[in-house]
Design a protein around this ligand. Structure first.
Ligand code: ZN
Length: 72
């Protein structure tokens, strides 16, 4: 399976609405490849985000094809 690029994963991450306040502004986004130690089955990318509106600390997991596994 071809895994989406980091650039594309970041674009997808930024396109997700904050699960708390439904805004799309992130003051921080740190994206990295998922590792076995993350224990997130099926994840290819993990992003840590801080919402620019409500300051929630969020974690996003993406599958290799860019589908969102979870965002909370
Ligand atoms: Zn928010």
């Amino acid at each position: 399976m071809t895994v989406i690029t980091q650039e594309r994963a970041e674009r997808i991450a930024r396109a997700q609405a904050c699960p708390r306040c439904s805004e799309y502004t992130y003051k921080r986004l740190k994206l990295r490849a998922a590792e076995p130690t993350d224990h997130v089955a099926g994840a290819a990318w993990i992003a840590e985000l801080i919402c620019g509106v409500c300051s929630a600390h969020l974690q996003l997991a993406l599958e290799g094809d860019g589908d969102v596994l979870f965002f909370n």
